[in-house]
Design a protein around this ligand. Structure first.
Ligand SMILES: [Zn+2]
Length: 130
């Protein structure tokens, strides 16, 4: 689902397009230059391959639904959009862990808050049995 308005999506395709030797305007993927859509005589767009409108600066990081922040990327398995989404998910997971929202530290604090003992004793005798 795209949160970009129709006019932003149209302007994005227009910005990423060129007019070929046959006079037909073709929009290309912002990532790999594959031809994603072509313009019809009435000024609409016909999809040539699957693509999505993507936030250049992801919403979680303060990006808006503006033309400046919009790009069309080819979509589906092993495409520009899939690659960007995977990278974004990895970045967010890392940010959560670093902020202590997930990971070992967060689990330990949650157990402590519930009044439970740590799963791993923190003051284990390094020499084993006394
Ligand atoms: Zn692409």
């Amino acid at each position: 689902m795209s949160l970009f308005s129709q006019s932003v999506r149209h302007a994005t395709l227009l910005r990423q397009s060129f007019v070929g030797a046959d006079g037909v305007r073709v929009a290309t993927c912002a990532g790999c230059d594959k031809h994603i859509a072509r313009m019809t005589a009435s000024g609409g767009w016909v999809k040539l391959i699957p693509f999505d409108f993507d936030h250049r600066d992801e919403q979680a990081h303060g990006g808006g639904h503006t033309l400046d922040n919009c790009q069309a990327l080819c979509s589906g398995p092993d495409t520009c959009h899939a690659a960007k989404t995977a990278e974004f998910v990895a970045l967010n997971a890392k940010a959560d862990a670093q902020a202590g929202r997930t990971g070992q530290y967060a689990r330990r604090m949650a157990r402590k808050a519930r009044g439970e003992r740590p799963l791993i004793p923190q003051h284990k005798n390094a020499w084993g049995k006394r």
